[in-house]
Design a protein around this ligand. Structure first.
Ligand SMILES: [Zn+2]
Ligand SMILES: [Zn+2]
Length: 474
């Protein structure tokens, strides 16, 4: 239960009175209007349905308003999984766009859904069915939408692992200018354009080819990649990476500068501890913060991170938000559960008895700085996660023996060992478990080759003038 204040989110400290377990239906009055409360959120704050809805909707706007990174008129891609949080996020955007002018959201949303059925053990019929349901849901919003298949990640260009040309640095002032400019423009156009069309039969820009499943050979290739991965943990990480890159690619090719993902406060807390366990401590802030600018040209924004999973569940239930639940990632027989699942179970279990658990973890994460993830040059950036390499010198030597495996059949640059220097500590651990190079996605191999070659070239050009110099230290 998050200590969510109206606009501050999971900010306030835990109240003295703690309730155990689920909030029962109480005859207590709503804290806002005095009507009869329908639910209790946080620690002992009763709300009636209407006031809960206002609170929920306001929180979304407040989150965007406070952070000021989404500009009016900007094209924003909402990444939807069909799950509770992203479905609630979509509803917030719909609510926000249908408001009266003063409170209206002013960006231009589009939607993307990535079909992961292949690696989630769905049969062809199940995939078709899920896709059809999802497509109907997306279509009903009236927003343009894109359907993608995880298989398409195998066709990604290597450039997806390079940051695009940086966007406008600090918003602040330019945000204000953008808002004023936008309002002026809207006045001139007589409020006809600039916002989005209201939900309705206006703009339908679904990918026409999308409902069809990918070629079976592609699915087989994807399955081989996932089956070669040695642990459930690395498989979860791989899935997240492929999905992120696929969404990013869609954003780049279709001209979206912002992507919204829907991690809840609960999800953020789980991810904080998971990533800590995975050796990604230096990157917690970019991995979980409100904004994630590692890709340069496309900013990832997480506007749902102030909502608890419980709030979202109540909201979806009360206001009939449709969701589509995907089955979990397929695991091998007798395989240990992933660290992701273990942490989730641990935190949610703890939360049952200590309702401040999630909010405490979440608030601790708020104190972290994204600075350690910033890389100034390509050679300092992790090949897979694009964060700054957090390993150098002696540290690297100490880690090397445990990370490099013997692969005599591979030679030259095409060996797993050659990849290691390109990776951050956390990605090294994952990479080690990703299976043979041959099954890795082609774009990862291509970009690694490019970087290995350019590092070699650099080395050669440096070697000539340095020949005479005495090394100062050995
Ligand atoms: Zn009320
Ligand atoms: Zn990395």
């Amino acid at each position: 239960m998050c200590e969510a204040a109206g606009d501050g989110g999971c900010g306030a400290g835990p109240g003295p009175a703690r309730r155990r377990g689920q909030g029962h239906s109480h005859p207590r009055p709503c804290m806002k209007c005095g009507g009869s409360a329908a639910l209790i959120i946080r620690i002992g704050d009763p709300f009636c349905r209407g006031c809960f809805r206002d609170y929920f909707v306001h929180k979304f706007r407040a989150m965007l308003g406070k952070n000021r990174v989404i500009f009016p008129g900007e094209k924003v891609l909402l990444a939807l999984s069909g799950g509770p949080a992203s479905s609630a996020m979509l509803r917030q955007v719909q609510e926000g766009l249908s408001r009266e002018t003063a409170k209206k959201l002013r960006f231009v949303p589009s939607l993307i859904y990535v079909d992961e059925g292949a690696v989630r053990g769905q049969s062809l019929a199940q995939r078709e069915q899920t896709l059809a349901r999802m497509e109907a849901l997306l279509q009903a919003t009236g927003f343009p939408f894109h359907l993608a298949h995880l298989e398409q990640a195998l066709e990604l260009p290597a450039s997806i692992l390079r940051p695009g040309p940086g966007s406008s640095g600090k918003p602040g002032q330019s945000y204000k200018e953008a808002v004023e400019g936008f309002i002026q423009q809207q006045r001139q156009e007589g409020d006809r354009e600039g916002g989005t069309s209201p939900p309705g039969p206006s703009t339908q820009v679904g990918d026409p080819a999308a409902p069809h499943l990918p070629a079976p050979a592609r699915t087989q290739e994807l399955l081989r990649l996932f089956e070669a991965v040695e642990t459930a943990t690395a498989r979860e990480e791989l899935l997240q990476m492929l999905r992120t890159h696929l969404i990013l690619q869609t954003a780049r090719t279709k001209g979206y500068t912002k992507v919204m993902t829907a991690e809840s406060c609960t999800r953020v807390a789980i991810k904080l501890l998971t990533n800590l366990t995975l050796g990604r401590g230096a990157f917690l802030a970019v991995d979980t913060g409100f904004t994630d600018d590692r890709h340069g040209d496309v900013l990832v924004v997480r506007p749902m991170r102030d909502y608890t999973a419980k709030e979202i569940a109540f909201y979806n239930h009360f206001f009939h938000v449709p969701t589509i639940i995907a089955p979990p990632l397929r695991t091998k027989r007798r395989e240990k559960p992933s660290i992701h699942r273990l942490i989730e179970r641990f935190l949610l279990g703890l939360q049952e008895d200590y309702p401040a658990t999630i909010s405490t973890v979440y608030r601790t994460g708020e104190k972290l700085s994204p600075a350690p993830a910033k890389a100034s040059s390509e050679s300092e950036r992790c090949l897979l996660c694009l964060c700054a390499l957090d390993i150098d010198g002696e540290e690297e030597l100490a880690l090397e023996p445990t990370l490099i495996m013997e692969e005599p059949e591979e030679n030259g640059a095409e060996s797993k060992a050659a990849f290691i220097p390109l990776l951050c500590y956390g990605c090294r651990l994952t990479f080690k478990e990703l299976g043979p190079l041959a099954t890795l996605p082609p774009y990862v191999r291509a970009e690694a080759q490019r970087r290995i070659h350019s590092a070699q070239m650099e080395q050669q050009s440096l070697e000539v003038p340095q020949e005479d110099e005495e090394p100062s230290k050995s």
